[in-house]
Design a protein around this ligand. Structure first.
Ligand code: ADP
Ligand code: MG
Length: 255
């Protein structure tokens, strides 16, 4: 695996009427191609800010971000962003929703459309193509939102607490589902979550952030001795509780 995304000493503050609000401080880490990295940290510590910087929606005040060694704003790599709300439009069918990104970006080519068709087929939404979002379960809606993101063939997937709006049971199955899809599509992914179990069950490495302004506390590689690493099966790995305790302790000690 080669290094795909790199952050070097990234710092960022918000400037408001009340003054300067430091959000990120000296953040450096890298993500390898095909790797799944989770970011956990206290509420309000700067996780969404960090994803917005990587998405290119905000610019770092300090440091730099590169993709495959090229500064972020000079690359043409496609970055997919998935948020807590699925943002599916009720006035469009499921199919019309999943091709929305292609429409906006003028990428309705036969190649992209047949890829989207394949995604719908592979992930069980083909027969719901003419349904409205309200006819889908919460999990299926999230799957449709992921397919809409994957339709654009992003090289990097950013997920900001994508399961937070779901109840606990649904959350378990949906994170398993989405985790499997991301793995089978061999995507490089960065997931923000405040759920420790979710982070361990889905990620190859977990980055733990300090309270605001966020800096990196530790980066923890997750190695589970189970034959097949699906999010659900990971939860019963013998090492799971050890990792849970390490992360819990890190999140609850303030130095
Ligand atoms: P998290 O996603 O970890 O909950 P955020 O990145 O959303 O944290 O926010 C980090 C800090 O920056 C918080 O203190 C928040 O209040 C502040 N913040 C976020 N967005 C803005 C903004 N647009 N203007 C001013 N302050 C902001
Ligand atoms: Mg956030």
């Amino acid at each position: 695996m080669s290094s795909f995304l790199e952050l070097h000493d990234v710092g960022m503050s918000y400037h408001s009427m009340k003054g300067e609000i430091p959000a990120l401080s000296h953040i450096s880490f890298s993500v390898n191609e095909g790797e799944f990295v989770a970011l956990v940290g206290p509420s309000g510590c700067g996780k969404s800010t960090l994803l917005n910087l990587i998405a290119g929606l905000l610019h770092p005040e300090q440091g730099n971000i590169t993709i495959k060694g090229i500064p972020l704003h000079e690359t043409n790599v496609s970055i997919g962003y998935m948020l807590q709300k699925d943002h599916l439009f009720e006035w469009r069918t499921v199919y019309e929703n999943v091709i929305l990104g292609l429409e906006i970006q003028k990428k309705m080519t036969p190649e992209h459309l047949s890829h989207t068709e394949q995604l719908l087929e592979n992930y069980g939404l083909s027969s719901f193509r003419n349904a409205r979002p309200s006819q889908l379960s919460g999990g299926m809606r999230q799957r449709a939102a992921l397919i809409r993101t994957l339709a654009l063939k992003p090289s990097l997937l950013l997920l900001d607490e994508p399961f937070s709006a779901l109840d606990y049971q649904t959350r378990l199955t949906v994170s398993d589902d989405i985790g499997k899809i991301i793995r089978s599509e061999h995507k490089t992914a960065l997931l923000v979550t405040h759920d420790i179990s979710e982070a361990i069950s889905m990620a190859d490495r977990v980055i733990i952030l300090t309270k605001s302004p966020a800096s990196i506390k530790i980066i923890l590689p997750i190695q589970l001795s189970i034959p097949e690493r699906t999010p659900m099966k990971s939860r019963s790995a013998p090492e799971f509780s050890k990792y849970f305790n390490i992360i819990w302790k890190e999140l609850n000690t303030f130095d």
